[in-house]
Ligand binder design. Structure first.
Ligand SMILES: [Zn+2]
Length: 402
């Protein structure tokens, strides 16, 4: 999932994301809560209407960002008091407030409010944190069940959110189920998917159901770096019951081998017939490795953030486009990449844009990196469907390491 923190995947218009074959993007509740504010987004028909994105959206609970504000937060059983990184103003997040915000933002998949256990944490601390996450998961679920009708989708058709023959997400199905109403004049028309998305591999839309579709709330497994606590967290979260499960609290500074070990052992305790989402990873090699272990969903700022710093992922390894050796290089960035950047521009031009601090450098670099990631995942899915994922994983691991 490309990360669109502030209802924007930095530097990439929504139409381009569609062409790249992105079917779901991620928004950050903490950032959107502070700016532009949940109520603004709700009035615009939720994130779908606000950012004119008709495909699926996932929002995080805000927990990870709030817990990253080490100096600026205070945790209790009830929730977390924190100070805004923007203006220092004081705010309070609880499972209920996180759910209220995520219902207002109206993403298709929303996340239970959890405590992201810091690393390192001793066993007593990791247990207490995991147990609080389990209690917060139950509170998150209860709040959504009591308030799920407040999702702003039904008002979306008056915010330029138009139906087509290709509904792709719960919000889309809901807006189609609502009585048709004409689009308000002066509001932008949402981008309409066309047959141009030849690279997409999506399932056919689900048939209309009797009750309107609602948001899917995923539970999050915590437990620090302790395999037994992770198992217990999985059992307790599954007992509450969610349509999908995430592995949280990783990529928080621990060694990569330990991340892999915890992911592998936690996956054993999660149902394979529900989506399994690994939060906050990773490199192209890691996403292939985790997908082959059974992870279905991942998100990471790496492809977009690295692109803005001139670090590009290719089939031949990493390329730091700022290096002088590319100044006269007429070759495409990645000869094996079919993206619009590699089809059109030379390394010399991309290097020039970066060295000149042109805005276009960030745009083109991000388009290539996202294309490379999404293409990597397409190849993973294809290799899994052929039962050849081990061979694909070996080929990815044998890529040159500059
Ligand atoms: Zn490319």
């Amino acid at each position: 999932m490309p990360v669109g923190t502030l209802a924007s995947v930095k530097g990439v218009p929504q139409a381009t994301l569609e062409e790249l074959g992105a079917h779901i993007i991620l928004g950050n509740t903490y950032h959107l809560y502070l700016r532009p504010g949940v109520e603004t987004v709700r009035r615009m028909g939720g994130l779908h209407g606000f950012m004119s994105w008709r495909r699926a959206i996932l929002t995080d609970s805000g927990g990870f960002q709030v817990f990253s504000l080490n100096e600026l937060r205070k945790v209790s059983e009830e929730g977390v008091t924190f100070r805004s990184h923007l203006d220092g103003s004081s705010h309070f997040f609880s499972p209920e407030i996180s759910m209220e915000a995520q219902i207002g933002l109206g993403a298709d998949i929303i996340m239970a409010f959890d405590e992201c256990t810091e690393f390192p944490a001793d066993r007593t601390r990791a247990r207490a944190s995991m147990e609080m996450t389990a209690r917060w998961a139950a509170r998150s679920k209860k709040y959504l069940e009591d308030h799920k009708h407040e999702v702003p989708w039904n008002a979306a058709s008056s915010c330029g959110y138009v139906g087509t023959s290709a509904p792709l997400c719960a919000a889309e199905r809901s807006s189609r189920a609502a009585p048709a109403s004409p689009r308000s004049p002066g509001l932008p028309k949402a981008a309409v998917p066309t047959q141009a998305f030849s690279r997409q591999t999506v399932s056919p839309p689900s048939p209309p159901t009797q009750s309107p579709p609602t948001q899917s709330l995923f539970g999050i497994i915590q437990g620090g770096m302790d395999r037994d606590l992770r198992e217990e967290s999985a059992e307790r979260t599954i007992a509450i019951g969610f349509p999908g499960y995430a592995i949280g609290g990783l990529s928080v500074g621990e060694p990569r081998d330990l991340t892999r070990e915890i992911v592998e052992s936690t996956l054993e305790h999660l149902p394979s017939d529900k989506p399994r989402y690994l939060m906050g990873v990773g490199t192209p090699e890691e996403i292939v490795e985790y997908a082959c272990l059974g992870v279905d969903m991942m998100d990471c700022v790496l492809p977009t953030r690295a692109a803005r710093h001139g670090l590009l992922f290719t089939s031949e390894g990493k390329v730091s486009i700022k290096q002088a050796r590319y100044a006269q290089d007429p070759a495409p960035l990645d000869p094996n990449c079919g993206c619009q950047v590699c089809q059109r521009y030379s390394r010399a031009y991309l290097r020039h844009l970066y060295a000149s601090n042109e805005v276009l450098a960030q745009v083109l670099n991000t388009i290539h990196n996202l294309s490379f990631y999404l293409d990597t995942m397409r190849r993973v899915r294809h290799s899994i469907s052929l039962g050849e994922e081990s061979r694909f994983l070996s080929s990815v691991r044998s890529r040159p390491k500059p």
